[in-house]
Every structure is written in structure tokens, then in C-alpha cells.
Design a protein around this ligand. Structure first.
Ligand SMILES: Cc1ncc(COP(=O)(O)O)c(C=O)c1O
Length: 356
């Protein structure tokens, strides 16, 4: 009664579209966090069939589970903790994004590394002032620098450009030290789409691979992306109520006139935000609002006088091209974004993989 359909053909097609857009630049497909809720192994296998240039994840454990599932493409991860056993990166042929001196000092020199520079995001990575020491250590220990990278804050074009300048200065230090770097990479989906000058040797695309818009304030242009995730449920109860009927905990909604309420077994346990009152879902060919608080297992939809049957499909989100509500809109209804919606979708919903 709850299904997450993941269209692997759409993911492959989105990858091909991005490749075409940024050619000859390489594209890393980011499949961290269970491929943003789409299923890490299935997505990685599909992308491997497309000869994906590189796959990126956050945690070493994610990278190792990809290798253990037989994924053979070039792989990197970038979110390490001091206790991570970096020898495992050598065993499983995983490149590491290195952000601290402790990581640099403990990485075996058979492991390829990508040095992360904090160009302004204020999260992981070396501060630019630390790079002389980093470079000295690399040279003394003959480490294999496969890449130098950073991550944009997507604050404004001016701020992003400032970050690119800091990145260029960092790259110049590696060049001056005669350290050849195959992959200089700065842009994720938003930067890859918006700034051709910031694509360097590779872009790291997550959300765009899944066919979703990385921007909160504008549509994607210049490339056709199709949402890969479609989430459905069913009407399991349908009742006519009188004006004044309260709905769900706290009666945050009361029917203003006689209407029908459809019960949908999709709740916050499945990743539907509790506060998503007013989010639209599609039943038949029409859109109807979720009313009252979303509960753990279920939500209620006011379907007015529409001719709805028990068992009718309810589209929680899918593809706007088919007139379906979007992950973006569900995000907006809860003060969030499509990234968070798809990544948290799950719970008891059955995941089904489709290939055209
Ligand atoms: C370092 C890094 N690169 C790339 C990405 C992919 O970002 P996006 O999904 O916006 O393409 C992420 C995701 O947050 C990231 O942390």
C-alpha cells in the first residue's frame, strides 16, 4: 500500500544528459545516503552500465559496501573520522578525500587521495593557509594526489566566484610544487549547471542525477532531467463528513462544508513531513490537499465531491510533466527542499526498480 518506484533508466538518461552538457569534463555520480533515498547499490549498478566516470559517497563504509557488492568503477569518499581504518581504503581500492593532517599522516601511500580545500563553506577541508604544510607532507611521503577539490556554498554568484578564486590559488600551489593533479573538482549539481568556468576536470552531481532541481529559486535550464522517484500510496478509507468535522491530532483542519475525507496510509514514518498540511497529492487526474497533521502511519486528504474509490492510487510525488506533485513542492510545504524529501523517503514503503 506504499510504493517507491525508482526509474533506473531515468537515472542513466540524466547521467548521459549531464555528460553531454559538461563534455569533455568528467562527471562523478554522488550516491551517498542510499543514493539520496533511491537505493545506493541499484543506482551504482545502473550507472556502472553507463561506464560512469567516478562514483562518490561520503562515508568509507558506504564505499566499502559498494565494492563488496561488486562495483568496480573508480570510487571516492570524503567524510572520514579519526578512527576510520584507512588501510581498508587500500584493500578496497577507494580514493579518499583528505581534510585533516591526522588523515594525511595516516593514509597508506598506496591509496589515491583528493585533498579537500575549504574555500569558504566553513565545513570540511584544509584552510588555504595549511596547504604549504600539506604539500610538504605529500612530497616527503610520495603520496598519490589524484585530485584537489572543494565545495560551493551556493550563496550567490559573487560568493561562489570568490570560492573559485580561492580554489584557483590553492591549485596554483600544487602546480608550483610540481604535484600533478588529474581531477580538480569544485562544482556539485548547481555549480555544474550554472557556471561552465567552474567545471574544471570533473563535476560531482547528486541531485541532478536523480532528475531533481538543485536550485530553490529557479528552474533547471539547458538540460532535460527526469525525476527518477515516484512515490505512491492508496486510498484505504473514504468517508463523507459534515461541515465542522475535525481532522487528525489537534484538529488543525475542520471541514468548512460537507466533504469526503480519504485516508492514505503514508505518514512521517515513510518520510512524509508531519507539517505538510496543504501539500497536494494526485488521485485519479486531480490534485487534492493533505489536511490536518500528518501522523506516523497515515495522512488525510480532502477530496471534496470527487468520485474516488477505495484502492485508488495516490501519488505523493512524481513527475510534474505528468501533472504529478513534485518532491520540490512537498519540500516547500514543510519548509524544506527536494533533497531532504527524497533522502528521507522510506519507512515501510516497498521500493520497486523500473527499467525501460
Ligand atoms: C562534497 C559534495 N560534493 C557533491 C555533492 C552533490 O551535491 P548535489 O546533490 O547538489 O549535486 C555533495 C552533496 O551534498 C557533497 O557533499
Amino acid at each position: 500500500m506504499r510504493e517507491i518506484q525508482v526509474n533506473l533508466s531515468a537515472i542513466k538518461q540524466n547521467y548521459r544528459e549531464l555528460k553531454k552538457l559538461v563534455a569533455p569534463v568528467s562527471v562523478m555520480a554522488v550516491v551517498k545516503a542510499n543514493a539520496y533515498g533511491h537505493g545506493m547499490l541499484e543506482v551504482a549498478k545502473a550507472l556502472e552500465q553507463e561506464s560512469v566516470d567516478m562514483i562518490g559517497v561520503a562515508d568509507l563504509t558506504e564505499a566499502i559496501s559498494l565494492r563488496q557488492a561488486g562495483i568496480g568503477v573508480e570510487l571516492m569518499c570524503w567524510l572520514l573520522e579519526a578512527d576510520d581504518n584507512l588501510e581498508l581504503a587500500a584493500v578496497h581500492n577507494v580514493a579518499l578525500g583528505i581534510s585533516t593532517m591526522q588523515q594525511l599522516q595516516s593514509v597508506p601511500n598506496s591509496v589515491s587521495i583528493h585533498i579537500k580545500v575549504d574555500t569558504g563553506l566553513g565545513r570540511n577541508g584544509f584552510m588555504p593557509g595549511d596547504l604549504d604544510q600539506v604539500i610538504e607532507h605529500i612530497q616527503t611521503n610520495s603520496l598519490d594526489v589524484r585530485g584537489v577539490f572543494s565545495h560551493l556554498a551556493n550563496t550567490s554568484e559573487a560568493e561562489d566566484k570568490k570560492q573559485a578564486e580561492v580554489f584557483d590559488q590553492a591549485l596554483a600551489k600544487f602546480e608550483a610544487a610540481d604535484i600533478s593533479v588529474e581531477f580538480r573538482h569544485l562544482a556539485a549539481s548547481a555549480g555544474a549547471l550554472d557556471y561552465p568556468s567552474m567545471r574544471y576536470d570533473m563535476v560531482r552531481c547528486g541531485i541532478a542525477i536523480y532528475g531533481l532541481n538543485p536550485f530553490e529559486d529557479k528552474p533547471v535550464e539547458g538540460v532535460v532531467l527526469s525525476p527518477a522517484m515516484r512515490v505512491t500510496s492508496k486510498v484505504i478509507n473514504l468517508k463523507s463528513v459534515l461541515a465542522g468535522q475535525g481532522v487528525s491530532y489537534g484538529y488543525r483542519y475542520r471541514a468548512s462544508k460537507p466533504t469526503q475525507l480519504a485516508l492514505v496510509p503514508f505518514g512521517y514514518a515513510e518520510g512524509m513531513p508531519r507539517v505538510s498540511e496543504g501539500a497536494m497529492v494526485k488521485i485519479g487526474s486531480e490534485l487534492f490537499p493533505v489536511v490536518g497533521r500528518v501522523a506516523m502511519d497515515q495522512c488525510v486528504v480532502d477530496v471534496g465531491e470527487a468520485s474516488i474509490q477505495l484502492g485508488d492510487e495516490v501519488v505523493i510525488f512524481g513527475d510534474a510533466l505528468n501533472g504529478e506533485p513534485t518532491a520540490e513542492a512537498l519540500g516547500l510545504s514543510s519548509g524544506s527542499i527536494n533533497y531532504e524529501i527524497v533522502t528521507r523517503i522510506g519507512g515501510r514503503a516497498r521500493r520497486v526498480y523500473l527499467e525501460a
